[in-house]
Design a protein around this ligand. Structure first.
Ligand code: GSH
Length: 216
């Protein structure tokens, strides 16, 4: 099994967390020629990371890859419980991909101080606060987002929230995530499977932010 991935990518972090929680053997390699390149698209037609090569079949889209990995390696089950519980986990994953993550991504250009649009940053900060309020209503922390064991929802939010917190500090933050999510982060950060993903991600993000600062 090969995962095309870079530590800086929060979508790759989603999949790597599943791989680590399940202790799967997987070769993790950067996308050949860079993501979006013609060379990489010859291997992965969508050109995006993460992408999984399993027995020569290529899978794109973090959520699809995660559900696939959970089906072929059912233990530990990251989509556990009743149909209702599984639907709630999937809802959180979609909420991450469609609502929260795009706000963070929309601020990537503003990380270069010379290109920063302060009005836009202010608007995105407000949007993020609203989305975080909704997120706090959707979760059932115990101590993981949807219960007593990690699920695909924990995998979805871990790196994106860390990335957002680092970006917000740079943009004039901090990002107030609230006690429940702070406690959840502490629980996650006490797990080796999580720090093995988030520490390299933090390092790559620090380098990225430093590069943006210097490019101003
Ligand atoms: N919806 C995709 C998003 C993945 C994504 O946007 N990855 C970025 C890197 S973080 C990428 O590959 N961008 C290149 C492109 O969109 O061409 C997923 O969940 O896998």
């Amino acid at each position: 099994m090969i995962l095309y991935s870079l530590p800086i990518s929060n979508y790759c972090g989603k999949v790597l967390l599943v791989i680590r929680f399940k202790a799967l053997e997987c070769e993790v390699v950067p996308p050949k020629g860079g993501y979006g390149s013609d060379e990489y698209k010859r291997i992965v037609p969508t050109g995006t990371i993460p992408a999984l090569d399993h027995d020569g079949i290529i899978y794109s889209e973090s959520e699809v890859i995660n559900e696939y990995l959970n089906e072929i390696h059912p233990e530990p089950d990251l989509l556990p419980g009743s149909a209702e519980n599984r639907a709630s986990i999937r809802m959180l994953c979609r909420f991450h991909d469609l609502k929260l993550e795009p706000i963070v991504r929309s601020l990537f250009p503003s990380m270069n101080p010379a290109k920063r649009d302060l009005q836009m940053v202010e608007m995105r900060f407000d949007e993020m606060n609203r989305v975080l309020t909704t997120l706090r209503q959707l979760i059932k922390p115990d101590p993981f987002l949807m219960g007593t064991s990690p699920s695909l929802a924990d995998c979805a939010f871990a790196q994106t929230l860390m990335l957002a917190q680092m970006m917000w500090l740079e943009l004039g933050g901090p990002l107030p995530i609230g006690d429940e999510l702070e406690n959840w982060q502490q629980t996650m950060n006490s797990l080796k499977s999580v720090t093995s993903v988030l520490e390299p991600a933090r390092e790559a993000t620090e380098k990225w932010l430093e590069g943006k600062r210097l490019s101003a």
